[in-house]
Ligand binder design. Structure first.
Ligand code: ZN
Length: 251
């Protein structure tokens, strides 16, 4: 049985807003690990491309913010960071006041502890992912950023991962991906709302569809999968990038 994870949701919504803003601005992957990207786009991984995107977006953004605005950081701003590190039990040294220096202390503190910020954002990415994974419209936009990256960046994929055209090969979708997507989409086709649980209705086959098709440089990543019925799946062409914004209400 899977163990339960503890989520604190401390400062998570700021991070979510930041990531959403960058996805909407179509900010691509930069300052990222290319090998990680290749491996995690070709084969389904629980550590998804969105996890990586959350971490690098936060690191890139706050590196710039500390450099540009570190001068204005006051005790209250810093206290907020210390509390975030405390939440995830990451030990980070506090900034020591140095009156001889111009107050560039916050940026130096960030640079000296960049690995700790990376650990912090990795922890926070789990909680941000928990919220963002439910937002299919945003996942579609995110997967468009990913597919543009693959089609334009000439990444060197091992030959067993790609087709002659340079798109990623289809691979088996693991049961844990199917289960997560089935539950997220509440056992219903995202397009026509057909009940695919088979609890009451006649037998209906579930299809697990790539939001951005592999033919359009889509990836084998849990964030690129949605639940559809067979009819909708068959009527969707292999170049169609689409999802729905309709959700089954809680009550
Ligand atoms: Zn359908």
């Amino acid at each position: 049985m899977s163990k339960l994870q503890k989520y604190s949701f401390h400062g998570i919504y700021d991070l979510i807003n930041l990531v959403e803003e960058h996805i909407n601005l179509e900010t691509g992957f930069w300052n990222y690990n290319e090998d990680y990207f290749i491996e995690h786009s070709a084969k389904f991984s629980k550590d998804t491309l969105l996890h990586q995107y959350i971490v690098i977006t936060a690191l890139n953004f706050y590196s710039h913010d500390f450099r540009k605005n570190g001068y204005y950081y006051d005790d209250e701003n810093l206290l907020d960071w210390y509390e975030k590190f405390d939440t995830y039990n990451i030990n980070i040294p506090k900034i020591v006041e140095d009156n001889d220096k111009e107050n560039s202390g916050a940026y130096e503190w960030f640079l000296e502890n960049e690995d700790k910020f990376c650990d912090l954002f990795s922890e926070m990415s789990e909680e941000a992912f928990y919220v963002l994974f439910n937002n299919r419209k945003l996942l579609l936009k995110f997967n468009e950023i990913v597919s543009t990256h693959i089609s334009e960046e000439n990444l060197i994929y091992p030959s067993e991962y790609i087709t002659e055209k340079g798109t990623i090969k289809r691979c088996h979708i693991p049961v844990w991906v199917k289960k997560a997507v089935f539950h997220r989409d509440k056992g219903r086709c995202v397009f026509c709302n057909t009940d695919l649980t088979n609890l009451i209705n006649n037998y209906k086959k579930s299809n697990f569809d790539h939001i951005v098709p592999l033919d359009m440089y889509g990836v084998n990543d849990p964030c690129n999968i949605q639940l559809t019925c067979e009819t909708c799946n068959k009527s969707k062409s292999n170049i169609e990038v689409t999802t729905s914004e309709r959700y089954f209400s809680w009550w």
